[in-house]
Design a protein around this ligand. Structure first.
Ligand SMILES: *Cc1c(COP(=O)(O)O)cnc(C)c1O
Ligand SMILES: [Zn+2]
Length: 463
């Protein structure tokens, strides 16, 4: 066996693939695959602090990248094969006003702002790793199904490197303009399916298999290798001391799976004595993981989650014709492909799942905007969820919490403008039918006649 290979996530199965396989499903059981490392045969970092030495070498693109700076912890590619566009230059921001909103003490809440990536979402962390793998195996075309950010990321990587043709599958009418604009502007072949994300996800897998196109959705285990780096940067910003909680929105559950794998590996390597707990936040209109984990008690169960339970739930969704529906379009997903990996991550890190309504998500988003760097709706689910967990007492007073802001504020201006609008029709058209009743923290534009006195009066009254 090579020192790096692909291995079925189910311990009892034992299916493996060589590094260069691109089916991303277990040859024995059809399950998900991990990128697996034989750490005994690879150079092991002695301490996490060693990574700080690379800061001095930022003119080397591999040291500049917030992903490849940690290459020894995702050692599947030779350095000369790595494709980077400067992803992962993101920051951890202490956000005291958001802490107060969420019911925490100032100093205890941090926001990891992944909107600073080249395409404006955390997806670039994974895309650089998948792209590197695609280059290793010599792929010419790469495809994904997307609620918007994966396609934006793929499109940017293709246009910036010129090495591959991007093909993106999107559901009709579901994608925000900011994200669609990116796919179009960067020249991706954009295929709009008459269906939703879950439909597009099924189709892209069929098409990729038939045409031999490289698939970059998070079913691709190399994507998740790159996304591990989000946790490494959080730890780095906290001087290598784990927070008590990581709170992350859950869509296809790739992020939480990557985070769990990162912490599992750090534990195995003896690099992190104490692991944080993980909280995944679903939108209430796309809450499969919440239902299965919290309401029906689905667990990893040593690698054999109850398949009958899952099958029954999925059958119920289709017989009741349930479609995912939330303003948080990036997590508008009812069939998360990484479900088993997410169960494993929660097992490892003492995880919990919660759901947040569109009202709670948009109110939290407004608070992030006034008290932090701003984010798109899906990202604010993390803050809404943290607030809920504080109220419940699950997050204890004094615990340190990191919420992941997964996407940039400007990805979905339609939702933001509708929330703050004075115009009831705009509000209703975008938000009303989703059960959003009020813009609790609206910052409405002040209407004034074009007269100096009136303008001055308005400013004195409102400021
Ligand atoms: C993709 C995405 C998510 C969902 O992440 P998963 O890893 O699929 O759970 C959340 N927020 C934003 C902004 C995204 O683009
Ligand atoms: Zn298997």
């Amino acid at each position: 066996m090579d020192a790096v290979y692909q291995r079925c996530i189910h311990p009892a199965c034992g299916g493996t693939h060589a590094l260069d396989d691109t089916s991303f499903v277990c040859p024995r059981c059809g399950g998900l695959m991990d990128v697996a490392y034989d750490w005994e045969r690879l150079p092991r970092p002695r301490s996490l602090r060693d990574f700080e030495a690379k800061w001095a070498g930022r003119s080397n693109p591999l040291h500049f990248s917030g992903v490849w700076r940690f290459r020894e912890l995702l050692p599947f590619a030779e350095p000369d094969k790595v494709l980077t566009i400067g992803e992962g230059q993101t920051i951890l921001q202490r956000a005291d006003a958001v802490a107060t909103y969420a019911g925490m003490q100032p100093g205890n809440l941090f926001l990891q702002y992944e909107g600073l990536n080249p395409s404006g979402s955390f997806k670039d962390n994974g895309m650089t790793a998948a792209f590197t793998h695609a280059r290793i195996i010599g792929a010419r075309r790469a495809a994904c199904a997307s609620t918007g950010n994966t396609s934006a990321s793929l499109a940017v990587f293709c246009s910036a490197t010129g090495l591959m043709r991007a093909i993106v599958f999107i559901g009709s009418g579901k994608i925000s303009y900011g994200k669609l604009a990116q796919a179009l502007d960067h020249g991706a072949l954009t295929v709009q399916i008459a269906g939703d994300f879950d439909d597009a996800m099924q189709r892209v897998q069929q098409v990729a298999r038939k045409l031999g196109i490289y698939l970059v959705n998070s079913i691709n285990p190399f994507r998740l290798e790159g996304q591990k780096s989000i946790m490494l940067r959080v730890l780095e910003a906290l001087r290598w001391e784990a927070p008590d909680w990581i709170v992350v929105p859950g869509g296809n559950l790739g992020n939480v799976s990557a985070f769990g794998k990162a912490f599992g590996e750090l534990a195995v390597l003896g690099l992190l004595p104490r692991l944080p707990r993980l909280a995944v936040i679903n939108a209430a209109g796309a809450n499969t993981f919440y239902q299965l984990y919290e309401k029906q008690g689905l667990r990893w169960n040593g690698g054999s989650p109850d398949q009958t339970l899952i099958a029954r739930y999925v059958a119920g969704l289709s017989s009741d014709k349930v479609r995912a529906a939330t303003i948080a379009s990036a997590i508008e997903i009812n069939h998360p492909v990484n479900l088993p990996k997410a169960l494993r991550a929660l097992e490892r890190c003492g995880g919990v799942v919660r759901e947040a309504s569109d009202q709670e998500i948009l109110d939290a988003k407004a608070k992030v905007g006034t008290g932090g760097l701003g984010c798109e709706p899906a990202s604010a689910a993390s803050v809404a969820g943290a607030r809920k967990l504080c109220k419940e007492g699950v997050i204890a007073p004094g615990e340190r919490v990191v919420c992941i802001l997964t996407g940039h504020q400007l990805k979905d201006p339609t939702a933001t403008v509708a929330y703050h609008s004075t115009d009831q029709k705009t509000f209703d058209d975008v938000l009303g039918h989703r059960g959003v009743r009020r813009a609790t923290f609206a910052n409405r534009a002040v209407q004034v006649p074009n007269e100096l006195d009136e303008i001055i009066k308005a400013i004195e009254v409102y400021s």
